[in-house]
Design a binder for this molecule. Structure first.
Ligand code: RP5
Length: 168
């Protein structure tokens, strides 16, 4: 087990699917759990301690609203913690972004973008951390990046703009 993905609520699992899809694409073994810093704080600590014993190397924590989860996890471990702000609130994730990013000095959480982009980037960042000592994984990351570049190069902007004019 290399990565633990932990969400603050069952309602965050749709977004977490974006993260685990990429972890699977990179061939990274992971486990996913739901535990809330507010509603089940003891379960959070138990899961973190088990993850450490199981050899987890990176933790991805996803939460919305007051989003204490990533910070609480970081307080209980020295494993790197990546925090994903979930856009589950009337504030569209701005609340979670600030809660997760604004950690006091000494206990960092690597914060990614709100929502889907962040969910994907969390998986990629975890892969980059693990890739430091895994050349096969580094190769997969390079191919992934090359594919992104190719996809941009394939876009035929002129014909797409003509199509969208035709739709009016
Ligand atoms: C946070 O509050 C969760 O991470 C979730 O994004 C948000 C709402 O949770 P539910 O009320 O849907 O369980 O703790």
């Amino acid at each position: 087990m290399k990565v633990l993905v932990i969400t603050g609520s069952e309602s965050d699992l749709t977004l977490a699917r974006e993260t685990v899809k990429l972890l699977e694409e990179f061939g990274i073994p992971y486990r996913i759990e739901v535990a809330s810093a507010h509603r089940s704080p003891e379960r959070v600590v138990r899961i973190i301690k088990e993850a450490e014993k199981d050899g987890v190397e990176v933790i991805i924590a996803m939460a919305g609203m007051a989003a204490a989860l990533p910070g609480v996890i970081a307080a209980h471990t020295i494993l790197p913690v990546i925090g994903v702000p979930v856009n589950s609130s009337p504030l569209n994730g701005m609340d979670a972004l600030l809660s997760i990013a604004q950690m006091p000095s000494g206990v960092p959480v690597a914060t990614v973008a709100i929502g889907k982009a962040g969910a994907k980037n969390a998986a990629i960042l975890a892969a980059e951390i693990l890739g430091l000592k895994d050349q096969k994984l580094q190769k997969r990351l390079k191919s992934y990046r090359e594919k992104l570049t190719e996809d941009i190069e394939k876009i035929d902007a002129a014909s797409l703009i003509t199509e969208s004019k035709g739709q009016k």
